[in-house]
Design a protein around this ligand. Structure first.
Ligand code: SF4
Ligand code: SF4
Length: 417
């Protein structure tokens, strides 16, 4: 039995459920939240501001990936239907910050009212912290209007998620995004009825990298897989924020023991079919974390329905943080590690892989376009000119013009799903 350093008390999973207590063994204690060097965070935010990844800086591979997914007629039809419902939500979120309050503020702290309503609307985790502009996307740095961030996590269906990667799990993901979108717009209405402004952050390509704020709000810690690991559902949540000028009190970051536990566990690192996850942590933009090799991950996501094996095999996702930490405190072992139940997964064309078994991929599987759409258009032009021995034909120039026109149009409308 390991010595317990401290215990984290959290509300139950649903309104009315009893609270839970998560024991954190002393040997897993590090810092609340995530080890951070604030001077480095400041410097990177100033010199190399963040940008929307899928819709701008890696847009070329996003379009490539959408193309592969769109090749399947059934998937394409499903995606179209999903877009019909999802698009109006993006538009509503995009405009929500300009809506006036509908009620009169009393001047009282409304944190508990907001949290209670958020949980009634179905969010499994809710916490409040300062909106941190260090993590804003450069192209929408003035989009966020209010200082306080209500951080919200909506749980994805448990059973369907265990079928990752599959169309069923993908339906669970997109369905959760719809539920989350609807609930966050409702929460925005509620905050306005209290007499304050509310800006809903479902607008794709706008806003910020949000996980650092969820960590600051005490809703979990960053896992080696790159997802936020929340107490009840681990990574099986979809995140959004509502920023507001309401009178609120901030929550504080928590040490759940995850920062150290991931270095012991390593199940996602070992099971990732793309070998895209790093075993060791590095300092990156002022934060100590496990980094993802994006170019090893995206091809798996493209060819295997969003992949997400790293979510499926995480014990915190599967059993919850309380059970995993209790088991570790009692035995020094990672719950489920080495079992088919936790570690097994199936890739459609390759079959089932149990613990210790891994797929291999043909040469060229990991090739994909990189950079923004216009960078990729230019890279293609260079390639063709090199192949032609330095000659720039009219035909090549015309193709470049076409590629660039498409790229610029995408740049103006950077929304994707
Ligand atoms: S999505 Fe798949 S390839 Fe990417 S990190 Fe997770 S397990 Fe690895
Ligand atoms: S699988 Fe293990 S190492 Fe990976 S995120 Fe989950 S707890 Fe951390």
């Amino acid at each position: 039995m390991l010595k317990v350093g401290h215990t984290v008390n959290r509300p139950g999973r649903k309104p009315g459920d009893p609270p839970i207590a998560i024991p954190v063994p002393e040997e897993l204690e590090t810092v609340p939240g995530i080890p951070t060097n604030q001077r480095e965070v400041d410097w990177y935010a100033r010199e190399y501001p963040l940008e929307a990844f899928n819709s701008i800086i890696e847009r070329a591979s996003t379009d490539w990936y959408r193309g592969i997914q769109g090749a399947n007629k059934q998937d394409r039809e499903y995606f179209k239907e999903h877009q019909k419902i999802y698009r109006p939500m993006l538009t509503a979120a995009n405009q929500s910050g300009d809506l006036p309050p509908t009620g009169k503020a009393t001047g009282e702290d409304v944190s508990e009212q907001i949290k209670t309503r958020a949980r009634e609307l179905g969010f499994v985790e809710v916490g409040i912290t300062a909106y941190d502009h260090h993590y804003s996307f450069h192209s929408s740095r003035d989009w966020v209007k209010y200082d306080h961030a209500v951080c919200l996590a909506y749980a994805q269906d448990y059973e369907l998620t265990q079928a990752i990667p599959s169309v069923a799990a993908e339906v669970a993901r997109t369905g959760t995004n719809l539920s989350k979108g609807k609930a966050s717009l409702e929460l925005g209405n509620f905050i306005r009825s209290l007499g304050y402004h509310a800006q809903v952050h479902n607008a794709e390509g706008k806003g910020s990298v949000s996980i650092p704020m969820f960590v600051n709000a005490g809703l979990g810690q960053l896992g080696a897989c790159g997802y936020l690991l929340t107490p009840h559902e681990g990574s099986r949540v979809r995140l959004t924020m509502v920023t507001t000028d309401a009178k609120v009190t901030y929550d504080q970051p928590v040490d759940y023991g995850i920062h150290a536990f991931c270095q012991v566990c390593q199940v996602c690192v070992n099971r990732c079919p793309g070998r895209a996850l790093m075993r060791d942590k590095i300092w990156w933009r002022g934060v100590e974390k496990n980094k993802l090799y994006f170019k090893r991950c995206r091809p798996l996501m493209a060819h295997y329905t969003h992949c997400s094996v790293c979510m499926k095999v995480c014990p915190i996702q599967k059993y919850g943080m309380k059970s995993v930490m209790e088991h570790y405190a009692a035995t020094g072992q990672v719950l489920g590690k080495g079992t088919h139940d936790l570690e097994g997964f199936t890739l459609e064309d390759k079959g089932y892989f149990g613990p210790g078994e891994m797929p291999s991929f043909d040469h060229g599987f990991f090739d994909m376009p990189r950079g923004s759409s216009d960078e990729w258009a230019f890279a293609r032009l260079k390639q063709k000119v090199v192949v032609a021995g330095g000659k720039v034909s009219d035909e090549v120039l015309e193709e470049f013009k076409r590629d660039l026109t498409v790229a610029l149009a995408r740049g103006q409308n950077n929304i994707i799903e």
